[in-house]
Design a protein around this ligand. Structure first.
Ligand code: EPZ
Length: 416
């Protein structure tokens, strides 16, 4: 199996262009099912999760074609409305597809997506919302069959501001008669990107980015060409890499408005961060200072996906920082691997206390999940000696080429 070899202990310097956003392209690929014409998705990152999404689209009868970093999808003729079990299990976020299939075909069959490294990933909010739109859902032995002679627009309050449920219900609502209002909708930038995509295809969606999203349903959407937003968590990763190793960087295409909660922490830790229309610059010339408690929350709060990454950058800080993971129940699996490198981290349920140590030691570590694996790379950049990261298939789910990107920033990192 491939590994990443990182020679740490040297400051970074360089520029890199930030890839398209995984968490935007996945729902947008699901949304292509709502169009009867060809859609061109530009700035589409080549990721394991995108490959899985393409296999789901192809299994439903779509034709897909790569042209450089543009993925062309033709969903004019769908051949079936069952999402294969193996594909549902391969990628947690495959749940995002069933709302669009139901809207397009009037029925959809799928199995419960598998749990994942972060803890249980229920879909009760997705299913409750579809029922409110008029879907009849039967479950037998883990397989769910949804049918709806017609979907009818409703006001759907969400118990939790779930990203996936908001996106799934936006897509289902596109196929409903009348107006659907999602209340307590998630406000992530990726949801705004999805709205912009749907409207580029002739949809009538508004309110994304606020807690109330409104969709005027209609039949098939038309085609469009759409450019995916930059990946804010990949940008967060590289900003934290510079804070971890020291140095300076410029992330071309990154949007500071997507990352305000993180950049505020970087500034509090002593980094100089400047965002403009071209991207985000970051300079860190000293060991980070400890910061006030970092509590993950739905956007615009501190992103759960950046929790492990920031933690890795704080391991050699001056003082102690408290982290509180409020979104997922099992998102500290990277801690044991960081402790193997000499980190001082104590975990109590949802709380982790990171006490900075002057030195980290490179060693062999194993990725536990996507962002936990990226965190190991961030820690390896500031460790003395060589860090060997295995399990990098987790990292490749969300990073097109983390080694090449970090080499652009001056890191000594190679994939074996
Ligand atoms: C999305 O996952 C992202 N994935 C995750 O990124 C991200 O961590 C998460 O949102 C939170 O921001 C994609 O966009 C593909 P949720 P999602 O529904 O939609 C509970 C990464 O690293 N919940 O907002 O699955 C759930 O258990 C990934 O790129 C229910 O209880 O997250 C969790 O505790 C990891 N019932 C909370 O809501 C439901 O029906 C937030 O989950 C749905 C969710």
């Amino acid at each position: 199996m491939s590994k990443l070899l990182i020679q740490g202990g040297r400051a970074l310097s360089g520029e890199v262009t930030v890839q398209g956003a995984k968490n935007s392209v996945l729902p947008i690929l699901a949304a292509t099912l709502l169009s009867g014409e060809t859609v061109r998705v530009e700035n589409c990152p080549r990721l394991r999760d995108v490959d899985a999404a393409i296999r789901i689209l192809q299994s439903l009868g779509c034709r897909t074609m790569w042209q450089g970093d543009t993925l062309e999808v033709d969903a004019a003729e769908l051949s079936q409305c069952t999402i294969p079990d193996a594909l549902m299990r391969e990628m947690r976020s495959s749940a995002i597809f069933f709302g669009a299939v139901l809207a397009r075909c009037g029925e959809v069959e799928f199995s419960y997506p598998g749990g994942c490294e972060l803890g249980p990933r229920p879909i009760d909010l997705h299913l409750a919302g579809l029922r409110q739109l008029g879907a009849e859902i039967e479950e037998t032995g883990g397989t769910l069959r949804c049918r709806a002679k017609s979907l009818c627009g409703q006001t759907i309050p969400l118990r939790i501001a779930s990203v996936g449920a908001t996106e799934n219900l936006m897509l289902a609502a596109c196929g409903a008669e009348g107006v659907t209002t999602i209340v307590n909708a998630a406000r992530e930038p990726e949801i705004v990107d999805l709205q912009n995509f749907l409207n580029a295809c002739g949809g009538q969606v508004s309110g994304a980015g606020t807690s109330t999203v409104t969709v005027v349903g209609q039949r098939l959407l038309h085609g469009c060409t759409y450019r995916i937003m930059p990946d804010r968590i990949v940008a967060a990763t590289y900003l934290c890499a510079v804070m971890s190793a020291g140095g300076e960087t410029f992330l071309r295409g990154a949007r500071e408005e997507d990352l305000a909660a993180l950049t505020a922490v970087l500034r509090e830790a002593g980094c100089t961060v400047r965002g403009d229309a071209a991207g985000i610059g970051c300079i860190c010339t000293q060991r980070p200072r400890a910061v006030a408690p970092v509590c993950t929350a739905p956007y615009p709060g501190f992103p759960t996906d950046a929790q492990a990454i920031l933690m890795a950058a704080m391991l050699r800080s001056r003082g102690a920082t408290v982290f509180e993971e409020n979104i997922f129940t099992n998102r500290y699996r990277h801690v044991d691997e960081l402790v193997r490198m000499g980190a001082d981290i104590r975990v109590f349920d949802r709380t982790a206390v990171v006490t900075g140590t002057p030195v980290l030691h490179g060693t062999a570590v194993c990725s536990t999940d996507l962002r936990g694996g990226a965190a190991l790379c961030v820690a390896g950049l500031s460790a003395e000696g060589e860090t060997v990261v295995s399990g990098i298939e987790h990292i490749e789910r969300g990073y097109a080429d983390i080694a090449a990107d970090l080499r652009c920033l001056g890191a000594q990192i190679v994939k074996t």
